[in-house]
Structures are given as structure tokens and as C-alpha cells.
Design a protein around this ligand. Structure first.
Ligand SMILES: *Cc1c(COP(=O)(O)O)cnc(C)c1O
Length: 504
């Protein structure tokens, strides 16, 4: 690799990607290949001799792209968006470039400080309480995913409560959430060793638009205390994955506080919208939370992965997650200005091994710098996004998607064959074909068929969920390229397929 080769190939790759974006609407949004398709197209073993970039890019065009589901397509509406952007792309590119020269580590102190600054910026945009800023005991850290963020705070909270009640009480710890909470919480419980019978999944239904009722939480907590159990962790939602339900944070948080329960707020998708003053109300009550997460890689123009986590007390994380606490505490206090982010997250094997390996070769300060540099990648691209777009552009970006969703909600509600199942709050519209003669089972089948039909048309990609036993289609608007015309055309495709299924 020399710099001229990088320049030449890099330009060609950028051209390739730019052309991809130019023609992205010509591909079926959901990949239509069958399992194992690639096996028949590629050789059985690696080439002995180097091939050219042209050969590889040719293969990407003819063999790989058919197996791609186009997440950046303007008519990708499944799950939640996973934004890519020019700024995010440039950030990724820069970090890849610095990664190649990375072992001089002169930019390492910048990596840690940049992450702290950028997360403070965003905390201010979200108007998070001061305690989440890095100037006191709190601060933000970039994780790979919301799942990691939730696990990390749960482990911190677990260690905190066990210090209070004694190490042997693990089997008594109880976790609370609504049944609309992301499965990431269940996974966190499994990994954190919470007894499966101590996971209270409280029912939320259409009467509250799938928000958790505080009375239900209070009741469950009281019952558990009476039974000698120890309530310790509550996960509240702002924008559930199924239907963007928003839990009443202040009421839940007060119950948590009274009972010394750690309160985490998961706003993985909807957090982005809360930088707009008119949507900030949805995280009102976040001041009662101990921790808060949102994914910049969903709806904030930052390429995957970039999941933001804020805590009021960073020491809860470092006490629980330091792999070598005494040793690191000593050195960190000597260095004084070093935040060692590796103690704010799950120690992954690769990182741990890297650490062990390098311990034998490098001075401790280099190791600390190396650990923090692993994060440069993510803070750089978020920094790029914030700088190249600015807060006002990001706000109009969010508002535009929400307006498009509002328009779609209107179109759906005007069609007598359809219903909007839960009121739209952000940019997700949950809808379905209405049952005929109250036949809910047939209705579910019909909605499943509608989903299959529109997705195999290749024109768009929706996903589904189940709400109170109803199969519901989810249209999450949030791809950077989505415009009004796409949403109108999408609705037409859905209506046509529905008419066909209804025999009209
Ligand atoms: C997407 C999502 C998650 C999981 O996010 P990952 O970053 O993929 O782990 C968790 N909670 C909510 C509400 C989500 O929307």
C-alpha cells in the first residue's frame, strides 16, 4: 500500500459508491436471493495471485449487490433506519486512514477528549440534565449498540446493589420493564445472571398506547419487596421498537428512586427527535434516570455503529467493569487527565487479548492510549456529522421525516380498508388492513400476505410487529434519501396489493 495507490483506488471506490447512490432506486429494496446463492457464484478457495480492483468491483456489481438489502434506499422502511451520510462516510474513511498509520498514537489523547466533548455537545442538544455532562461525575460514552449500553449499565447497577446488600443476593435481584421493551433487556438479564423468574415483564396495552402504567410497576415492586426480593433495575422506553410507545418517565423514575432501583431510559430510535424543542417533551422526566441511551446510527446521519450512552455516575461503570481495577486506578490517578473508556464498556475478547499482548511490549501509557484509540472511529464520525450539518440542519432533517410520516398516517386513515393501529408520534406509522366480519385470524393472515407481497415486489421494504395479537405493518420513515414522492408511491403500491388481496 502506498499513498498513490490509495489515491487512485480510493477515488475509484468513491466513484463506485457515488454511482451506487445515484442508481440505488433501480435495485429491489429487499434482496430477493435464495439462501446459499453466493456459494455457487464464488470460487471454493482464495486466489493465489493478486487480482485487480476492477475485477473485484465487477464481482461486487454482479454477485454481491444482488445479495444486498438496500438500507439506504429511499423506500426502505423496515425496522428502524440505519442512516449513512456523506459526513458519516467521511468520518469512517478518515478513521480507517488513521487506523493504518495508527501506531504512532499521537492522536490518541484527542480521541478520548473528542468523545467526551462530542457527547457533551449532544447532551446539550438533548437538554439532558447537567449530571450527565462530563464535568462532574457523569459523562457519555460511545458503545457499539444499545444492547451493549443496556448490559453495561445493568452490570454497573448490579455491582452497586450487591455492594449494598451483599454478594450472595444475586438470586434475589429483580428487573422491571414493560412487555414492549426491546429484547436487548432480556439478553442483558441473561448475561448479567439475573434469575429468569426475577424478570418482571409488565403488560402494556392499547389503553395507554403501550406505555407502562406506573401503578403496575409500584404493585410489582411492593409485592417483590414483601416476598424478600430486591428490586434493582428498571428500563423505561422512549420510542419502543414495535410502536414508538413512550413510558411516563417521571412517574416511573420516582418509584425507582423511592426503592433504590437503577432507572435506565432506552431512547435508541426516538432520542434523535428529542433535539427538536417540540419533541423534547418525550424525554421529560429523564432527570430521574440514572442512565440514558440513544443510537446515533439509527436516525442521526451517523453510519453504523455509534450508540450513545450517558450516565450520572461514571464510577458505577468503572467499579464494575475495570478488568484490573487496582492497577488501572493507580495509573489513571497518576495520569489524572486520562479517561479510560475501556472501563465503561464490556471488555470484548479481542480488546482484552490486545491489552494482554501489548502489556508485554509497551509502556503502560501507550496501552492506555491504545485502548482509548479504539473509540476514535466512532467519535470522529459523530463529530463530522455535527460539524458538517450543524444542529439546525439535523433538526429539519428529523422534522421532514416526521412530516412525511404524518402525511402517510393521513393517507392510511382515509382509506376504509385500513386502520392506523397506534397513534403516530415520531416517524413510524403502524397500520393494517381491517378485519372483514371481525375475523381477526383471517385479518392477520391477510396482513402477513400483504407484507410478503409488497416486499417481494422489490419496490419497498416494510417490517411487521404484533400488538395485542394483531399483526401490524410498520413503516418507519427515516432514510436520508426519502422524499414525499417516495411515500406517495409507496402508499399506492400498498393499496394496490391490498385491493388484490381483498379481491376488489
Ligand atoms: C434498535 C433498538 C434497540 C437495539 O439497538 P442495537 O443498537 O441494535 O442494540 C434497543 N432498543 C430500542 C428501543 C431500539 O429501537
Amino acid at each position: 500500500m502506498d499513498s498513490e495507490q490509495l489515491r487512485e483506488y480510493g477515488h475509484r471506490m468513491v466513484d463506485f459508491i457515488a454511482d451506487y447512490y445515484k442508481t440505488i432506486e433501480t435495485f429491489p429494496v429487499l434482496s430477493q436471493v435464495q439462501p446459499g446463492y453466493l456459494h455457487n457464484l464464488l470460487p471454493d478457495s482464495a486466489p493465489d495471485q493478486p487480482e485487480t480492483v476492477e475485477q473485484v468491483l465487477d464481482d461486487v456489481k454482479t454477485k454481491i449487490l444482488p445479495g444486498i438489502t438496500h438500507w439506504q434506499s429511499p423506500t426502505f422502511y423496515a425496522y428502524y433506519p440505519s442512516n449513512s451520510s456523506v459526513a458519516g462516510f467521511l468520518g469512517e474513511m478518515l478513521s480507517a486512514g488513521l487506523g493504518i498509520v495508527g501506531f504512532s498514537w499521537v492522536t490518541s489523547p484527542a480521541a478520548t477528549e473528542l468523545e467526551m466533548i462530542v457527547l457533551d455537545w449532544l447532551a446539550k442538544l438533548l437538554n439532558l440534565p447537567e449530571q450527565f455532562l462530563s464535568k462532574g461525575n457523569g459523562g457519555g460514552v460511545i458503545q457499539g449498540s444499545a444492547s451493549e449500553a443496556i448490559l453495561v449499565v445493568m452490570i454497573g447497577a448490579r455491582e452497586k446493589v450487591l455492594r449494598r446488600v451483599g454478594k450472595n443476593a444475586l438470586g434475589k435481584l429483580v428487573v422491571y420493564s414493560s412487555d414492549q421493551t426491546h429484547s436487548a433487556l432480556q439478553k442483558a438479564c441473561q448475561i448479567a445472571g439475573i434469575h429468569p423468574e426475577n424478570c418482571r415483564v409488565l403488560k402494556a396495552d392499547s389503553s395507554t398506547n403501550y406505555a407502562l402504567r406506573p401503578e403496575l410497576l409500584q404493585e410489582a415492586v411492593s409485592k417483590d419487596i414483601e416476598a424478600g426480593l430486591i428490586p434493582f433495575f428498571l428500563c423505561g422506553n422512549v420510542g419502543t421498537t414495535s410502536s414508538t410507545a413512550v413510558d411516563p418517565l417521571a412517574a416511573l423514575g420516582n418509584i425507582a428512586k423511592r426503592n433504590e432501583i437503577w432507572f435506565h431510559v432506552d431512547a435508541a430510535y426516538a432520542g434523535s427527535a428529542c433535539i427538536c424543542p417540540e419533541y423534547r417533551q418525550y424525554i421529560d422526566g429523564v432527570e430521574t434516570a440514572d442512565s440514558f441511551n440513544m443510537n446515533a446510527h439509527k436516525w442521526f446521519l451517523t453510519n453504523f455503529d455509534c450508540s450513545l450512552l450517558w450516565v450520572k455516575d461514571q464510577y458505577v461503570l468503572t467499579e464494575a467493569l475495570s478488568t484490573n481495577p487496582e492497577f488501572l486506578k493507580n495509573k489513571a490517578s497518576q495520569a489524572n487527565l486520562v479517561v479510560d473508556y475501556k472501563d465503561w464498556q464490556i471488555p470484548l475478547g479481542r480488546r482484552f487479548r490486545l491489552f494482554k499482548f501489548l502489556q508485554e511490549h509497551l509502556h503502560i501509557y501507550n496501552i492506555l492510549r491504545l485502548c482509548s484509540c479504539l473509540y476514535l472511529n466512532r467519535s470522529l464520525k459523530l463529530w463530522m456529522v455535527l460539524r458538517l450539518y450543524g444542529a439546525e440542519t439535523l433538526k429539519s432533517y428529523i422534522r421532514n421525516h416526521i412530516k412525511l410520516a404524518k402525511d402517510l398516517e393521513q393517507l392510511v386513515s382515509q382509506d376504509p380498508n385500513f386502520e392506523v393501529v397506534t397513534p403516530r408520534i415520531f416517524s413510524l406509522v403502524c397500520f393494517r388492513i381491517l378485519p372483514v366480519d371481525n375475523d381477526e385470524k383471517e385479518c392477520n393472515d391477510r396482513n402477513r400476505n400483504l407484507l410478503d407481497a409488497v416486499n417481494s415486489s422489490g419496490k419497498l421494504f416494510l417490517s411487521h410487529t404484533a400488538l395485542s395479537g394483531k399483526i401490524v405493518l410498520r413503516c418507519a420513515i427515516g432514510a436520508p434519501l426519502t422524499e414525499e414522492r417516495h411515500v406517495k408511491e409507496t402508499w399506492k403500491v400498498i393499496q394496490e396489493e391490498a385491493s388484490r388481496l381483498l379481491g376488489k
